[in-house]
Every structure is written in structure tokens, then in C-alpha cells.
Ligand binder design. Structure first.
Ligand SMILES: [Zn+2]
Length: 86
């Protein structure tokens, strides 16, 4: 994890995380990251206006969902979802 997480625009908390959308390819990584609040589960269904960030304190969500390319820039690794479900 090397991205700089923004402060929550609603409550100014720094306790924010990125929202992961879709099916994780690596369930172990996924559950671990969710448990550590590094990511939040966005669910398996994506729309065209999904948020990118979630505040762990007030649950506010904002931003625009990262696509695969942006994820790789942020994390320097493949977007960890599988192709199944699409
Ligand atoms: Zn907040």
C-alpha cells in the first residue's frame, strides 16, 4: 500500500480506506485487507457512479471508483479481481 489516503471530506477523519469493487481474485488478501480496514467492500455489482473512498468513522463515501489501470498505479500490482462475474 503506497497511496496517500485523503482525509474524509465530511468529518475530516484520516481513518479512510479505498473501496474495492468486484470479485477479489485473492480471497485471503481481500479478507485480510478488509479486516485491517485498508479496503472496504464495495460489493460485486458496479455502476457508473461508484465511489472510491470510504470513511471508516462516519461511513461517508466519495470520489470516483478506480479502474484497473489506476489501481496498478496506486498499488504497483495487478488489480486483484478475477474475470468471473463479468
Ligand atoms: Zn468521515
Amino acid at each position: 500500500m503506497k497511496e496517500n489516503r485523503p482525509d474524509c471530506p465530511s468529518c475530516k477523519s484520516k481513518n479512510t480506506c479505498i473501496i474495492f469493487w468486484g470479485y477479489p481474485g485473492d480471497m485471503e488478501w481481500y479478507l485480510d485487507a478488509v479486516a485491517k480496514k485498508e479496503i472496504a467492500s464495495g460489493g460485486c455489482t458496479m455502476s457508473s457512479n461508484d465511489p472510491k473512498w470510504q470513511c471508516n468513522d462516519c461511513r461517508h463515501r466519495w470520489g470516483k471508483r478506480v479502474d484497473e489501470e489506476e489501481w496498478e498505479l496506486l498499488y504497483d500490482e495487478d488489480y486483484p479481481y478475477t474475470e468471473s462475474g463479468y
